[in-house]
Ligand binder design. Structure first.
Ligand code: PHE
Length: 455
């Protein structure tokens, strides 16, 4: 993303879709989706997620892209264009990436560490007992066994790419590496499906058990949808502003939602059934799911260590493109709003990432006795953004478009470049279904979460 004054554009539909998919596919799919699916009852979470993507996901994706393309501006200015009084909404949405990127870098650091371990032939250590727990609780003695080091390296790498404005190069590489990731995912899935006893795990992941359904499941799935599709944080508005006027918005939205959900499904298929075989359901802390299960899978696999190295390399890239796009968003806010030089904005951004991220990084070890709302710092930042701020941002966006600016604003933009096949459904979704259901999900989910009221 570039400064508004030198706004470029994507080369066409494929260019737009690849860039948006590059932002969408990341740790959300690899790390977050499988652990939520495992925690919230497997099949029932998967079903809830799919229903939400088809309805809310598609509607919001179309809305955000259309706002971006019609105004030609990024988040805060786009809302300002909709009306002076909506500026504060733009701000609320713009703050979300600033909270996400620090803890994203912490997990990115873990992925980098795992890659390096596999490269240096230490794959078996990762599979042994409680490596993940000792590593994240900062209790291993070596300097390079300290998660802080990896977090700092990863954060500096991400912000430097933004600082030197070379993300084009990284994005180009990711266009080769993302398909590579997809092929590897399918390969690993095929392998895990041959493991002894996998059928129980498969059943858990694929067959919905309606007894496990609660409002928490829906809130979890809703938050995941925003996170994974990069919605409700201004990113798709900015991407829309770079989209050419002749590209079909509706079709692009379907394609992005479909691609991202397929990747998430495969990641779940690779990890969730295997957890049941190797660890047993419900026995991990969630965040560690990918980091505990995958080494065990690689340990049993022929040439497992080499495949482990490739897997974590590709995961690192998927995460990297996403954290670059998150940091770029943060940096462009400073630049657009206050006219800061890129270098200053990057330094401020890095300091912010290091300060906030450090809390998340140390939250499983030295700071584990501080538990905001009974969660670890990482859990807290993740919860406050995905389960609280993003649903609120999405509700407000629907209300502004549905009642004040009017759906015609979006419809005209979509129709300027193609037929809007679900126009009527869209109006209902944005005016009634999305805002009403999201308010119910948010309130009920929060009450359920804190044990105030169980449905
Ligand atoms: N969607 C990304 C993921 O699934 C996270 C992300 C959000 C990246 C917003 C960029 C912007 O990992």
């Amino acid at each position: 993303m570039e400064h508004a004054a030198s706004r470029g554009s994507f080369s066409g539909r494929l260019g737009f879709i690849l860039a948006a998919a590059g932002s969408a596919v990341g740790l959300g799919n690899l790390w977050r989706f499988p652990y939520l699916a495992e925690q919230y009852g497997g099949g029932i979470f998967l079903l809830t997620y799919i229903v939400l993507v088809i309805t809310f996901g598609v509607a919001l994706m179309i809305t955000e892209i259309a706002i971006g393309r019609r105004t030609g501006k990024s988040c805060i200015d786009a809302f300002l264009d909709l009306g002076e009084k909506y500026k504060v909404v733009g701000w609320l949405i713009a703050i979300i990436p600033l909270i996400i990127v620090p803890y994203y870098c912490v997990i990115g650091g873990w992925v980098t560490k795992y890659f390096v371990e596999y490269m240096s032939g230490m794959g078996s250590t990762l599979a042994g007992g409680s490596f993940y727990e000792s590593f994240t609780s900062v209790s291993l003695p070596g300097l390079f066994d300290n998660p802080v080091i990896w977090f700092v390296i990863y954060a500096i790498l991400s912000v430097s790419v933004v600082a030197f404005g070379v993300q084009k190069g990284v994005e180009r590489m990711s266009k080769v590496l993302l398909p590579g990731l997809l092929i590897l995912l399918v390969g690993i899935c095929l392998y895990t499906l041959t493991l002894d006893g996998i059928s129980d795990g498969l059943q858990y992941y694929l067959v919905p058990d309606f007894n496990q359904f609660s409002m928490k499941t829906v809130l979890g799935a809703l938050g995941q949808l925003f996170y994974s599709l990069s919605l409700a944080m201004g990113i798709m508005i900015t991407y829309g502003s770079y989209m050419r006027k002749n590209v079909d918005i509706e079709k692009s939205a379907y394609t992005i939602c479909l691609m991202d959900s397929c990747v998430a499904f495969l990641c779940g298929l690779m990890i969730v059934p295997a957890v049941v075989v190797f660890i047993g359901p419900g026995l991990t802390d969630g965040f560690g799911l990918m980091f505990e299960t995958m080494p065990l899978v690689f340990e049993t696999m022929p040439a497992g260590h080499a495949i482990g190295a490739i897997f974590f390399l590709l995961a690192m890239f998927a995460a990297w493109t996403s954290s670059i796009s998150l940091s770029e968003t943060a940096v462009s806010i400073f630049r657009d709003r206050w006219g800061w030089r890129r270098s200053i904005a990057c330094i401020v951004c890095l300091v912010l990432i290091l300060a906030l991220g450090m809390l998340s990084c140390l939250g499983f070890g030295p700071l584990s006795n501080i538990q905001p709302f009974g969660m670890s710092f990482l859990g807290f930042f993740d919860f406050i953004t995905n389960s609280v701020l993003m649903p609120i941002a999405a509700i407000i966006t629907c209300i502004i478009i549905g009642y004040f600016v009017k759906p015609k604003f979006v419809i005209d933009e979509v129709e300027s470049s193609g037929k809007f096949r679900i126009k009527h459904a869209y109006v209902y979704l944005v005016k009634f279904i999305c805002p009403v259901l999201m308010v119910i999900i948010l309130v009920a989910g929060l009450l359920d979460y804190f044990g105030i009221y169980t449905i």
